[in-house]
Ligand binder design. Structure first.
Ligand SMILES: [Zn+2]
Ligand SMILES: [Zn+2]
Length: 347
């Protein structure tokens, strides 16, 4: 193996993105070197580029949604072999905090996020903790495997863990792009009914209907909240998901929550929406819950659902760009043309 590789690098001081030759990283104890097959482009990657999320490191390789094959094993790794098809977890545990020391790595007190705290997957190779790998069944493509590391697993965490959506509950989803479409699909999978998609793009709303929504409403419709009430027999939503995270979507999603229901915030921005008066909020005994990420085991659950034909990701990959064209992929997500769900980088 050559000792250098192509990798995207983001320089925080100048705000520039380049693709250049860097040394292939070495897998340390408990780690593996993964030859990256595909790595998704996420809105949170854009948030580092535009400064919404502060840079943790002066220069970093971005991309936190990677699939590939194991190229080399570091010391003290068992149960894995060169050539195994894997998804790389988008975060690392510290291994030394009180939770990690007790074997409770899922609740690590100082986790580090891939592509923010350490180099990510927009490169030919990336180093991953063996403890964070998920094996991918042979009948699941590496394209679909890549997006299980965030674009599908973060919605899974929101629907199954944070919202704990139960069969027969009514669900609304504000913003049915990369994250929201998968929330619709997973809400359908767990038996939510009805499912209401809210967006401003007709093509995106049509797609949400194809993927399992029962209703699709325009967010700008002045009758939106009364239409949601009519669709839910006057009860409003048991669970609203805000996959956008701006003031208007958050406040609309909250306004449509039933008495005793919950709003789950998934999308993020610097906006500061209001909960309204404390009397309305408390009389309605509503809950507002922030959501982030997933548990690593959820990637394995999703791989099984895809492998067994329960979850169809055939529409989820909108485009694949070569690593040298990563800037074009970033631009396509920034100024969405053709309403992409996920764009992948192929090193
Ligand atoms: Zn992401
Ligand atoms: Zn820890």
């Amino acid at each position: 193996m050559n000792d250098s590789m192509r990798a995207q690098r983001f320089y925080a001081d100048t705000g520039t993105v380049v693709v250049e030759d860097v040394a292939i990283p070495i897998a340390g104890p408990g780690e593996v070197l993964v030859k990256v097959a595909f790595c998704g482009i996420c809105h949170s990657d854009l948030s580092l580029l535009d400064g919404t999320f502060p840079a943790e490191l002066p220069v970093i390789t971005q991309g936190h949604e990677a699939s590939g094959t194991i190229a080399a094993l570091g010391p003290d790794v068992s149960g894995w072999a060169v050539g195994d098809r894997v998804v790389v977890a988008a975060g690392r545990t510290c291994g030394t905090c009180a939770k990690c020391a007790r074997g409770d790595a899922a609740n690590c007190l100082s986790p580090s996020i891939m592509a923010f705290g350490y180099d990510g997957g927009w490169a030919e190779y990336t180093v991953a903790q063996a403890i964070g790998l998920t094996r991918i069944p042979d009948n699941v493509s590496l394209e679909h495997a890549a997006i299980l590391a965030d674009a599908v697993s973060t919605p899974f965490g929101a629907v199954v863990r944070t919202a704990n959506v139960r069969v027969g509950e009514s669900v609304g989803v504000w913003g049915v792009g990369g994250v929201g479409t998968h929330i619709v699909q997973l809400a359908r999978l767990v038996g939510a009914a009805p499912i209401i998609a809210v967006d401003i793009k007709p093509a995106v709303l049509d797609r949400a209907l194809d993927l399992g929504a029962d209703y699709a409403f325009d967010a700008r419709d002045p009758e939106l909240i009364s239409k949601i009430a009519a669709a839910t027999d006057g009860e409003n939503l048991n669970v609203s998901f805000d996959a956008v995270g701006v003031t208007t979507t958050f406040e609309q999603a909250l306004a449509a929550v039933a008495v005793g229901g919950k709003l789950v915030g998934v999308g993020m921005s610097a906006d500061t929406p209001s909960l309204g008066s404390t009397s309305d909020f408390n009389f309605g005994h509503r809950q507002v819950l922030g959501h982030l990420g997933y548990h690593n085991e959820d990637i394995g659950t999703l791989a099984t659902l895809v492998s067994r034909g329960r979850l169809d990701l055939s529409r989820s990959i909108s485009q694949i760009v070569p690593l040298d064209d990563v800037q074009r992929g970033i631009d396509m997500l920034k100024e969405p043309e053709g309403n992409p769900i996920r764009i992948l980088v192929k090193p």
